[in-house]
Design a protein around this ligand. Structure first.
Ligand SMILES: [Zn+2]
Length: 287
């Protein structure tokens, strides 16, 4: 009997929900049937232990089913960041010199809290065997939150820096893409996974490339690029479910590091905070 698992989701329930929902428990059920049990008795001990850290890769159109250890790692790696995200928003609010800074702090801070909070909720729902409808809804929210988080990460730089008018246009285009991305997630969730990854990278990289020339000064931009590079590196692990053990949890850690780096940059360069940030490379860029 598995710890903390109330029930295996029913394949037939919630099947009337708009777009096709995923069989989140397919891997687990296949492991629980007679064949899986027979197989488990044949594999050597080390190999069997290894299976606790990684399942087989998902088929096209199917969501990867983590092992119990991967589930816990997925939950913990983002749950630990919820309280720090709240503190980050509080710090920016207290440091805000203008109303615009305060509003931007709320937008940015809420996106940080939502990113880690929704992710924790989704992974917890998967681990504790919630209904497919709940998991599907939270998975859509989890992915849609990433679009919003990208736009929110750009927001302080696009709104608070002295820049040309087109930079503000990019800000609104980004938010249009957030809503487009959310609708896309609902309609084509997990259907075109590579395109989904391309959208994230496009939203994460292109606005920066377009906007930097329109900014009056480049202070902080290097730090933004460094944080962005951390996210891009993490995407490698995002695509490695079923290949590298706990790949998704590793991706989560890259997100935590990238988000932390971006927060430090926002606090230091845009809110005139007193944090002593070791962004040495940035100090060489002339004002
Ligand atoms: Zn996740």
């Amino acid at each position: 009997m598995e710890l903390s698992r109330r029930s295996v989701p029913n394949v037939t329930d919630d099947s009337d929900n708009g777009p096709k929902q995923h069989d989140y428990g397919a891997h687990r059920r296949s492991e629980r049937n007679g064949h899986g049990k027979e197989h488990a008795t044949r594999v050597p001990g080390i190999k069997r232990n290894w299976r606790r850290f990684r399942n087989r890769r998902a088929c096209p159109g199917e969501a990867y089913e983590p092992t119990d250890i991967e589930h816990v790692a997925n939950i913990c790696t983002h749950a630990i960041s919820i309280i720090p995200a709240m503190c980050a928003m509080g710090y920016l609010l207290l440091s805000a010199p203008t109303y615009l800074h305060a509003i931007t702090a709320v937008i940015y801070g809420c996106s940080l809290i939502a990113l880690f909070g929704v992710s924790t909720a989704f992974h917890s729902a998967c681990y504790f065997g919630m209904t497919r409808r709940v998991k599907f809804t939270l998975h859509i929210c989890d992915r849609a939150t990433i679009y919003a988080f990208i736009a929110c990460s750009y927001s302080p730089w696009l709104l608070l820096k002295d820049a040309e008018l087109y930079v503000l246009v990019v800000f609104f285009v980004l938010w249009f893409m957030v809503f487009g991305g959310a609708v896309y997630q609902y309609l084509f969730h997990e259907k075109y996974k590579h395109f989904e990854t391309f959208l994230y990278l496009f939203m994460g990289i292109i606005p920066g490339v377009i906007c930097v020339p329109g900014m009056a000064d480049s202070r902080g931009i290097m730090a933004v690029a460094q944080g962005g590079a951390v996210y891009v590196l993490g995407v490698v692990f995002f695509k490695m479910d079923g290949v590298i053990p706990c790949a998704h949890a590793i991706w989560h850690l890259f997100v935590v590091v990238g988000a932390s780096w971006h927060f430090l940059a926002v606090a230091h360069y845009l809110y005139a905070g007193n944090l002593d940030i070791p962004l040495a490379a940035e100090q060489t860029i002339p004002n």
